[in-house]
Ligand binder design. Structure first.
Ligand SMILES: Cc1cc2nc3c(=O)[nH]c(=O)nc-3n(C[C@H](O)[C@H](O)[C@H](O)COP(=O)(O)O)c2cc1C
Length: 305
């Protein structure tokens, strides 16, 4: 079940602590899918308020793109059933699952006509998620902000296409309209863009975090498993400011990944971003980022004719 046609095949990716209703609404109004991780709403009550805010703001706006909620499906997440119930109650047009199997959510989301995608970062996870009947797979490749994959998009899309004919969402270091078009040529239907939207006015990141993304180049992104126990991409200066010695990053030891993935303090003090930072030159509104992406995308499409 595909999504309705979008202005650009872009999903503003879910960002822990950074994406909330303002970002979602601005993205949808700009014509791309806006998303947020449900744990960003610290309680179920707050989550319900956010869902009311989003659905009310977009009601009747026929130009707006669909919105998406990102659910943490791992059994250690005590809110996984309650958050899924709320997604169903407010008929989330798109549900994106992460950290665990989408199995428990597939039927429920399909029952009200919703679309469900699963985040995966290996071929093995992609196979297992495909078997649950999801509509799409978000392939997290090398260079992505936050928890990253390690596969090249060239290899990952090709291999997944051999066993999956649903939607493919490509993710990792996609920062401009040319990269969106390149992803389509590789065989993807949509792209995820996370880092590109961190320095947006609507993003909840601290101003210094946004500016660090603007100032960084790809070489300033450090891949390390020392913070959460699994490989993730971080801004070098934020690791240094948090006391890490980049040349001697500690072994991940026995960090509990599932706790660390949702640890507010860790993610507030150490700033995640992907290799797409180099092309980001200013803080701007989501509307102006999407205008710019569209212009870059159309320039390449025009040149192909
Ligand atoms: C600060 C930050 C927080 C993130 N939080 C989440 C999250 O809560 N859930 C999730 O599924 N992915 C999360 N991601 C991954 C993004 O959804 C997306 O896969 C990634 O940003 C794409 O790569 P890009 O940053 O190179 O565009 C996060 C990424 C960043 C940079």
């Amino acid at each position: 079940m595909p999504l309705p046609k979008l202005r650009l095949p872009v999903i503003q990716a879910p960002l822990f602590l950074l994406s909330g209703p303002e970002m979602v609404i601005a993205s949808c109004r700009a014509g791309i899918v806006g998303s947020f991780p449900s744990p960003n709403a610290r309680t179920e009550d707050i989550l319900e308020h956010w869902l009311i805010e989003i659905t009310t703001a977009l009601k009747g706006n026929t130009e707006a793109a669909p919105w998406a909620i990102n659910l943490v499906m791992h059994r250690s997440n005590p809110r996984r059933h309650a958050d899924l119930e709320l997604a169903i109650k407010y008929k989330a047009p798109l549900v994106i699952t992460a950290l665990g199997s989408p199995k428990e959510a597939v039927e429920a989301v399909h029952s009200y006509g919703g679309v469900i995608y699963a985040d995966v970062n290996t071929v093995d996870f992609a196979r297992r998620a495909a078997d649950t009947g999801v509509d799409g797979l978000a392939l997290i490749c090398a260079g992505a902000g936050g928890h990253t994959g390690q596969l090249s998009p060239f290899a990952f899309v090709d291999e997944v296409r051999q066993f999956f004919d649903g939607e493919i969402i490509l993710s990792g270091a996609i920062g401009n309209g040319r990269a969106i078009r390149a992803s389509e040529i590789l065989g993807a239907d949509y792209v995820y863009m996370g880092t590109r939207f961190i320095p947006s006015h609507e993003c909840l990141a601290a101003d210094a975090y946004k500016q660090m993304v603007v100032d960084a180049s790809a070489g300033d992104i450090v891949t390390s498993d020392s913070v959460t126990g699994v490989k993730a991409n971080w801004l070098r200066d934020s690791l240094v400011n948090a006391g890490y010695d980049i040349a001697n990053m500690p072994a991940p030891g026995d960090i509990n990944f599932l706790e660390a993935a949702g640890d507010v303090k860790r993610w507030r003090d150490i700033w995640a971003a992907g290799q797409a930072v180099a092309g980001i030159t200013q803080q701007q509104s989501i509307a102006s980022i999407v205008d710019q992406l569209e212009q870059e995308y159309l320039e390449v499409r025009g040149a192909e004719l």
